[in-house]
Design a binder for this molecule. Structure first.
Ligand code: NAD
Length: 383
């Protein structure tokens, strides 16, 4: 097959969908790999490395014209006419963005949104949400540490003792757990909250304290279990008690990393304006749900309504970071992991003779298929 790797052109997107490592493996499987000139430059993969790995360096029209096009993010409107109708597109295509899915379908693409892969053991090696969220959690802590005007570890010096920073992590999925691990390595004291009871043990095993908000009704207990490993919206009664607990913890916090998400819905508001007002001057909130909150149409909100998309603002003396693409700030490793995810995905849709084979009996293929034959595909996740 002819496999194309166009350059990513969205603002701030420095990742690339294939690396010399994956190109080499694709070329070894007798595929013709065409990488757009400069596609890997921002992730520090030069054209020469792709060429050495067996790729041809081509222009955008050639890369987009391939049988299979690998992308990091969904193509922009002006790129859609460059595709061959009926071609395969695989990438992080925002499956819950219905308008975008309709545009990909109208372009005649067989589009696969890798974010929709089930969270199963077999799907682990192509789990793009995990590979990228892991990086976001790590980078969020480093960004907070850079902005925080004090030390993170406890220091005993001749000039006196400095207390360890208190970090609160809200949402302990992949990003949150990595944030805990990273903050721990930097010597902080950490507490974390999540709706799902299963994560208590994971939080504690990383050396953090679980902020316990007990469930009081069967409705709360059932909602908390979530679905497919993901959280579901919690009843208002529990959210209210959680917000009181979070308010008390955040009054004492120095750094907050918030990561709480619910697939296909606006991110829950966990840090109210009143809580920000009560926080210490100089403290930092890194809101990884930025751009996905209830205020999203206004360019604001994440887990905190004061977050501004892709900006760092100071509100009531608190620094609030609303960066929406932290993985792109670790472009080389983010690309390496993402490219391996895509390589493993391709194995599911290319048969042993190197031909395209879309088998909808495969649960991963069926879950990720977003558009085909001009239609957007509805499935259990996007019912
Ligand atoms: P996510 O990005 O969808 O959400 C982040 C976290 O926010 C989740 O832990 C969620 O429970 C939490 N959250 C939602 N509402 C909240 C609230 N009101 N307060 C506090 N926290 C709230 O989740 P994710 O990181 O993609 O991970 C989802 C699950 O999938 C996790 O259990 C993870 O361990 C699991 N997972 C499984 C596999 C696998 O088995 N292959 C791979 C990756 C992840």
């Amino acid at each position: 097959m002819r496999i194309g790797i166009p350059a990513e052109v969205r603002d701030g997107e420095s990742r690339v969908a294939a690396t010399p490592e994956t190109v080499k493996r694709l070329a070894a499987a007798k595929h013709q790999v065409q990488v757009q000139e400069g596609a890997g430059a921002q992730a520090f993969f030069p054209d020469a490395a792709y060429r050495d790995a067996g790729a041809e360096i081509v222009d955008a029209a050639t890369a987009f014209g391939a049988d299979i096009v690998l992308k990091v993010r969904a193509p922009l409107d002006h790129e859609l006419p460059l595709f061959t109708r009926g071609a395969v597109l695989a990438g992080m295509l925002d499956p819950f963005d219905a308008e975008q899915a309709a545009r990909l379908a109208a372009a005649g693409l067989v589009a696969f949104a890798l974010e929709s892969a089930p969270r199963t053991t077999r799907a682990q090696s192509l789990d793009v949400l995990s590979s990228q969220a892991n990086i976001a959690g790590y980078r969020a802590v480093l960004m907070a540490a850079e902005l925080y005007p004090r030390f993170l570890p406890m220091l005993m010096t001749a000039a006196g003792t400095v207390k360890a920073a208190r970090v609160v992590v809200l949402g302990a999925g992949v990003a949150g757990l990595q944030a805990i691990a990273t903050a721990k390595r930097l010597g902080a004291v950490i507490e974390a909250s999540d709706v799902r009871p299963a994560v208590k043990e994971q939080i504690e095993s990383l050396g953090a304290k679980f902020i316990d908000v007990p469930y009081e009704t069967d409705e709360e207990r059932e909602a908390a279990v979530g679905v497919g490993g993901y959280a579901r919206p919690m009843p208002e009664s529990w959210l209210l008690r959680q917000s009181l607990a979070v308010h008390e913890r955040l009054k004492l916090a120095d750094i907050v990393i918030s990561t709480a998400l619910i697939p296909g819905r606006a991110a829950p508001t966990l840090i109210q304006e009143e809580t920000v007002k009560a926080m210490k001057p100089g403290s930092v909130i890194v809101d990884l749900a930025a751009g996905r909150g209830t205020e999203q149409p206004h360019g604001r909100g994440g887990n905190c309504p004061l977050t501004e998309t892709d900006k760092t603002v100071i509100r009531y003396g608190v620094q609030i970071v609303g960066h929406t693409n932290l993985p792109a700030t670790v472009a080389a490793d983010a690309s390496s992991l993402y490219a391996r995810n895509l390589f493993d995905f391709l194995k599911l849709i290319i048969d042993k003779d190197g031909q395209l084979m879309i088998d909808l009996n495969d649960d991963i293929v069926a879950a990720t298929l977003l558009a085909r034959d001009g239609e957007v595909i509805r499935n259990a996740q996007r019912a």
